[in-house]
Design a protein around this ligand. Structure first.
Ligand code: SF4
Ligand code: FE
Length: 480
């Protein structure tokens, strides 16, 4: 397993084509806007080497018997699924942001199921090919960006009827040695911190859309791939020097648009090519795993609750009964989320390939709660913090000889707490609920791993309402 330092060094060896603010980023690793997101991924390496976290952060490979980072592991039993949820909470609490590596883990697990099922139907060789690739990822301890979401163009039209046929990623040429693909993937979490990128279809596909039923892996710096970094609210605070105004002084996340401009993929890295009837299965299983992964938000919720309690103490209101009640409410909501990600893992099952998959209904219910509860947690944290959270002057004003005395005098509350510490905790709440980390804690909670409606569709498909009706009718004497 790589150490955090080795991971950073491995990223320096990549030759990524990255753009931000209209310019090419020559040094991705040390760029002050991107760096915090690399720090967050590095935590997944660092914790794997600590004895106290070995059980959650590592596993034994079912392929080689070697100890590997859990982010490259294929779940072998229910215990693995539960540990995955606990690992997400742990890392969310350690980083206070999106640590990006779950998408690749979820992609690998989904492919371990779907490539096997495809081979059984079509006699293809995707599963053995996938296992060879998996062993490479496990042994090298790589970060994989699982890329699902296409730009999608006109939402009312299927891929093959789009005005621009590249609105969904597709196969544009099939050759003896591989395929050529063109298109893009949007909102790609952690893209430029990844060694590998696995593209998957974003929807179920019909025969007419077979060119779009494609799944493949590429090194992240393959010829023809371009990354365009997404902006985050308050992102340029990272360029101002100092740290206080960033709120989270070390960690962050990032998303990017990833463009594939006629990129060649050799056959040994192709895991689906036009088997359109398996696109929907891959989407559904990947989505279920990734909805479970929103255990991460429970860990970030832990940080927000800790920050709200601290802000209450720094403001001197922690004993007020309504404040205590709000903290209880925050914990209730956060632990309810925890119940969901543990439940879908505990109710998991074995797929024909041997991989354990989460309970798909419960994973969707969990993620659906995640589209709501962090917003209420944020509202309560902002209520407790007070308006100063968004009206505070900058760190530079706190340091300036002209203004420091007024800042010290008028922003002091609890005499046992320095003005600077009070500012720091308020800035952290701002960061989580309005700033760069709100991308992960709020908007990603809403839309990541599928927007709320996607979960409602899955819930409606997976519940047995007829059985519930029979139960009701039986109890009141209606013939069934
Ligand atoms: Fe992982 Fe959560 Fe980030 Fe998704 S949002 S990549 S589940 S940390
Ligand atoms: Fe996500």
């Amino acid at each position: 397993m790589m150490t955090a330092e080795e991971y950073e060094e491995s990223l320096r060896q990549l030759n990524l084509n990255v753009y931000m603010f209209g310019e090419r980023v020559e040094n991705v690793v040390d760029n002050p806007i991107i760096r915090p997101s690399m720090n967050a991924v590095a935590k997944t390496y660092e914790l794997a080497h600590l004895p106290e976290h070995e059980d959650l952060m590592t596993a034994v490979s079912h392929l080689t018997g070697n100890r590997i980072n859990r982010f490259t592991h294929i779940h072998q039993d229910i215990g693995d699924l539960i540990k995955k949820s606990k690992m997400g909470r742990l890392l969310g609490r350690e980083t206070g942001c999106c640590f990006q590596r779950c998408v690749g883990m979820d992609t690998l697990n989904a492919l371990s199921i779907v490539t096997y099922n495809t081979d059984r139907k079509y006699g293809t060789q995707y599963y053995p090919r996938f296992l060879t690739y998996l062993e490479y990822v496990q042994e090298k301890d790589l970060v994989v960006d699982g890329a699902m979401t296409d730009p999608k163009g006109h939402r009312g039209l299927p891929p093959h009827q789009q005005p621009d046929l590249d609105a969904f990623l597709r196969v544009v040429e099939e050759r003896q040695d591989g395929i050529v693909v063109r298109g893009a993937k949007a909102h790609q979490t952690g893209a430029v911190n990844s060694h590998e990128i696995i593209a998957m279809p974003t929807l179920s596909m019909r025969q007419e859309d077979a060119d779009y039923a494609v799944c493949f892996a590429l090194p992240s710096d393959a010829e023809g791939i371009t990354y365009i970094m997404g902006r985050q609210s308050c992102d340029t605070r990272k360029l101002e020097g100092g740290s206080l105004d960033q709120g989270n002084i070390r960690f962050g996340g990032h998303e990017a648009l990833v463009v594939f401009d006629n990129v060649f993929v050799p056959w040994d890295r192709v895991f689906m090519c036009r088997e359109h009837d398996f696109a929907g299965q891959l989407v559904e299983i990947f989505a279920a795993y990734h909805r479970q992964s929103y255990a991460c938000k429970v860990g970030v919720g832990d940080v927000l609750i800790g920050a709200a309690q601290t802000a209450a103490e720094y403001n001197g209101v922690e004993k007020a009964s309504h404040v205590r009640d709000k903290i209880v409410e925050m914990n209730h909501l956060n632990e309810t989320l925890y119940c969901g990600c543990i439940a879908c893992a505990s109710e998991g099952h074995r797929e024909p390939s041997g991989t354990y998959c989460v309970n798909i209904l419960l994973a969707n219910v969990h993620k659906h709660n995640v589209t709501r509860f962090p917003f209420e947690l944020s509202r309560l944290a902002q209520d407790i913090a007070g308006g100063l959270m968004v009206t505070l002057p900058s760190e530079k004003d706190l340091r300036s000889p002209e203004t420091a005395q007024w800042m010290e005098k008028y922003f002091r509350a609890n005499p046992d707490v320095s003005t600077e510490d009070r500012m720091r905790i308020l800035r952290l709440i701002e960061n989580l609920t309005l700033g760069t980390a709100a991308v992960g804690y709020l908007t990603e909670s809403m839309h990541g791993a599928g927007s709320p409606q996607a979960q409602r569709i899955m819930i409606s498909r997976r519940v047995n309402v007829a059985e519930k009706q029979r139960a009701a009718k039986r109890l009141c004497g209606v013939d069934t």
